[in-house]
Design a protein around this ligand. Sequence first.
Ligand code: SF4
Length: 332
Amino acid sequence: MEIFYPKYYKQFSCIASACPDSCCKEWDVDVDALAAAFYRKLPGDLGDRLRQVLQDTDNGTVMTIENGRCPMWQQDGLCRIQAELGHDALCQVCREFPRLRHDYGNFVELGLELSCPEAARLILSDADYTWETESVSDSAEVEYDRETMDTLRRTRSAICDFLSTTSLSVPQILAIALLYAYDVQEELDGGAVADLAPERYLSDMAKFPLAGDIESLLAFFMDLEILTPGWKVRLQSPPCVPVWHPGYKALLRYFIDRYWLQAVSDYDIVCRAKFILSACILIGYLGGDLAETAQIFSKEIENDADNVEAILDSAYSARALTDLNLLSLLLG
Ligand code: SF4
């Protein structure tokens, strides 16, 4: 079996006390059953403290936050469990974050989550990375349609190659990604083989000269689950005129690499393309430092499965997510 990972994957190292946000802030940490049992049996002060803060919920055990932070977080920015017992004693989420693993049975893709500031810095510093590969002897059963996966892998490579070589503007590239997704959808639905045709898409785009409705997009995101008051304030603030600098190509590459193949589960690539476009547009209009805004977006949206699901489910019904609105926000 092949394991693929972006070139930056192995460059990641947690910056701990220098982290401007920290994965220990604002959210309850899910503690796996093995770690929870280990923590509850620990002797001494650390064990007493863990027994106090571990809480069983309907969805498993969590470390409840106190004053907005994980109770194991120390003033020096380091984790008390890691400091006293070492990295291997961390629960699974903390050992792995921000590393992502998508296991497709006969191949695996690894990545980093944008919701970690240091990972965001690495992700946004390179739009043109190549996948590194390693071979391992294990392999698992393939539970998806192989032909669909072949189409998704081929078309993802096509859009990423285009992204690396084109001199078109970021809004045009984003719009092309959506229009190409419709051609890929047609292929997935049994139609013609998708052909990435930028000239044809550019001519189609001439039909979208209207001004987009950013207020509806902000209102749509306001209706999702909100983790931090700071995010609410950002969504309520007057949006900026986006400056689409080349960092957005790296952002688009990240979203495409992370979500494109997931259409193998339901054969719907268009809803994922709309998710990707709405994410890039929102981040662009919120402005500020790209890495910081993208990281907060990811923490609020990507790390909340209900929010991701809500966007995918609304892709064909929400006014904010119509093709007309998304393309007009980019091109109008
Ligand atoms: S968010 Fe990333 S850099 Fe910050 S403490 Fe967590 S793993 Fe380390």
